[in-house]
Design a protein around this ligand. Sequence first.
Ligand code: AKB
Length: 317
Amino acid sequence: MKRILVTGSYGQIGTELVVALREKYGGENVIATGRKKPPEVLRRDGPYYRLDVLDTDQLHTMLVDYDIDIIIHNASVLSAVGEKNPQLAYRTNVEGSYNVLEATRILGLDQVMIPSSIAAFGPSTPKEDTPNDVIMRPTTAYGVSKVFIELWGEYYNLRYGVDFRSLRYPGIISAETLPGGGTTDYAVEIFYEALKNKRYTCFLAKDARLPMMYMPDCLKSTIDLIEADPEKLVHRSFNITAMSFTPEELAKEIKKHIPEFEVEYRPDFRQQIAESWPRSIDDSAAREEWGWQPDYDLSAMTEDMLKRLSKKLGVEY
Ligand code: AKB
């Protein structure tokens, strides 16, 4: 059985990914790490430690002491926080990922997975059905850091045979842990506000269409790519998507379940970030090379989100 270490385990994706990995590979084989206090769900079924990936000694020691085969490096500063503090985005995303790739190379780990994002694309990228291999000139600190990760990872794959894999996540919608500091965060916040207050003020324009994915699909795609046969991989960084919608379309879908729900649109600086990203994504490379297939569309995701969140918040609708 492979032993996996996950960084950024206490974030939106990390929390649910560790739970899913532990179900599949066994609690003791999945080490959760992060810099915050771990949520209860991660303290129950397996080891958890404080780890700062900028501390290379600590990183190498942990990888050796716990006999790690695969590292999934989820720790990242997202787009909106990155625009407020580009230097922090550089240190965390670029230096942190460099340290993880170096550790993988030096220690000879079996595999390293570092997520990328639709933010790796920029205003000069075709916006509709954005192909896997296309011009990438992002205009955010976060996007620039993601291009570095993809290119450095692919370089290590070619030069040293490091088994680097990456997914360009779209906005991820989930009911367990809130996202922090992204441009697509509205698509999670809107559900909380719809259930709690029946009102939401959206920080993106009503027609800001972006690619999105529900958490169960995010987990499935991540585990599928980790397990994909390396012989079949032509690419190392993959577009991935499940749906694309605007805030207005999402609000309309929620209104089918909560008719009194009202949304006001007050775009802030995040609108400009959204405008620099693709509106829809072509993920045919992922489908062809490792059989990617999403399960949730907008209506299935909305129904499930409302069901789970209403239970969690103790609110009827
Ligand atoms: C963000 O909005 O910054 C992230 C992303 C799309 O990578 N959710």
